[in-house]
Design a protein around this ligand. Structure first.
Ligand code: HAM
Length: 424
């Protein structure tokens, strides 16, 4: 147990971390282009926040939260998602007083106690965005487009955007009763989960993955056909905006999403290469969320993308990374030159912005050179007794094999120039 991470969690090892950094660099750059500023909220919040926002009858709240009582007897929960915490911060700091819309993004760990499997973890990471302050449908298209640009920037081309409208409390409540009426006589034929959902959250029955449940709901009326005028108009305008942008989508009238705060636009991006956990990301509008948690009536919209799933999809697509090296220059010693002398040269190189390293295991000259090769150092500096006497070192270009004597005083600035030139 001491040597195993808790079930459903993963270490991100040095060999994988470049993938994560690549993801983060790409999304930060896109957020800058789209006008989103970063926000960082705590990883735990008052439990009540998630009960009120995500909804008590959702799977997340009913079965998946990491909830604990702290030493001050408060009930706290590790955030299972990012929207509610950001909405809480928006209210707490009265960000609705700033110029609207307010556009923010976040990158960080989320926690859900779910059965772990490929692409599903108990601690996972999301990149998400939230925008507050307008109901304008072209904003829905901008938010959706940003999510698609993220996938493309990461080299993913094979995904489908599924789009739906889950209506507003007004038309959804009416539809709920209608759906319950239609399904009532089949109630005993549904899976136990759906039977439980029937009274509390009947819409979720529509996206049950069980084939038998899908058959039972094959011909039911759909909310998309029963939207009120305002919601229907909004949905048409969002579709129109996506058409103007030339972004293809599939309308999926059964897309419900697993969080209660959504209204109107709901969307999900699914990948064919991820198996059961096919959702790369999802989001939607939440025009009533802020009022639900005690704030003013400010509308909002956002999405969350699962970083692990994106990286799995990248791996499946065989996407590689631009080559990057941790070591530009490796300093080796020969003869009686001390390790401290080598360290002095290494530090001088680093001060000039050159990624430099040296041996710390007392290796022989031959082994040091082999190690430099393994580290893929472009240059090797050899400090030998003879050269040191002349205040010089040997500089070897590992790519061409050529070498020359260089004055120690000029080594750092010369290598800084060479390395910069090589990166260009
Ligand atoms: P969500 O659909 O629950 O939405 O999660 C978004 C994404 O997080 C999923 O599509 C998936 O890629 C990833 N994800 C979810 N659970 C796991 C897990 N157990 N392991 C690995 N990845 C997972 C939300 O969380 C909303 N807050 C999104 C949103 C933002 N809506 C509006 N604004």
């Amino acid at each position: 147990m001491l040597t195993k991470a808790p079930r459903g969690t993963r270490d991100i090892l040095p060999s994988e971390v470049e993938q994560w950094q690549f993801f983060e660099e790409k999304v930060r750059e896109l957020c800058r282009l789209f006008g989103y500023a970063e926000i960082r909220t705590p990883v735990f919040e008052h439990t009540e926040l998630f009960l009120r926002s995500v909804g008590e009858v959702t799977d997340i709240v009913a079965k998946e939260m990491y909830t604990f009582t702290d030493r001050g007897d408060r009930s706290l929960t590790l955030r299972p998602e990012g929207t509610a915490p950001v909405a809480r911060a928006f209210l707490e700091h009265k960000l609705y007083g700033e110029a609207q819309p307010l556009k923010v993004y976040y990158i960080g760990p989320m926690f859900r106690y779910d059965r772990p499997q490929a692409g599903r973890y108990r601690q996972f990471h999301q990149f998400g965005v939230e925008v507050f302050g307008t109901k304008e449908p072209s904003l829905d298209a901008e938010v959706i487009t940003l999510s698609l640009y993220v996938f493309r920037a990461l080299g993913l081309e094979e995904f489908t955007l599924q789009l739906n409208s889950v209506g507003c409390p007004h038309c959804r409540d009416e539809y709920r009763s209608c759906l319950q009426e239609e399904l009532h006589e089949k109630l005993n034929r549904f899976c136990p989960d759906c039977a439980g959902r029937f009274h509390k959250n009947p819409l979720r029955i529509l996206d049950c993955k069980q084939e038998s449940c899908q058959e039972l709901t094959a011909n039911v009326s759909l909310l998309l056909d029963k939207l009120c005028g305002d919601c229907a108009e909004h949905f048409a305008a969002v579709r129109e905006s996506l058409d103007v942008l030339g972004e293809p989508y599939v309308v999926n009238p059964r897309l419900v999403r697993g969080l209660d705060y959504y209204s109107k636009t709901a969307f999900e991006i699914v990948s064919p290469v991820l198996g059961a956990q096919s959702s790369l990301g999802g989001g939607g509008r939440y025009d009533h969320l802020l009022a639900t948690i005690g704030g003013p009536d400010v509308p909002g919209i956002g999405f969350g993308i699962g970083i692990e799933r994106v990286l799995l999809a990248r791996a499946a697509a065989g996407s590689s990374l631009p080559e990057s090296k941790l070591t530009d220059v490796f300093v080796v010693t020969a003869g009686n030159v001390s390790a401290a002398e080598a360290l002095r040269v290494v530090i001088a190189l680093r001060r000039q912005g050159v990624a430099a390293d040296k041996d710390y295991l007392g290796r022989s000259l031959k082994a040091q050179l082999k190690f430099a090769d393994k580290k893929q150092a472009r240059y090797v500096v050899i400090l030998g007794d003879e050269e040191m006497k002349r205040d010089q070192a040997v500089l070897r270009d590992m790519q061409t094999g050529g070498q020359e004597d260089v004055a120690l005083t000029e080594l750092a600035s010369m290598l800084a120039g060479l390395v910069k030139g090589a990166k260009r």
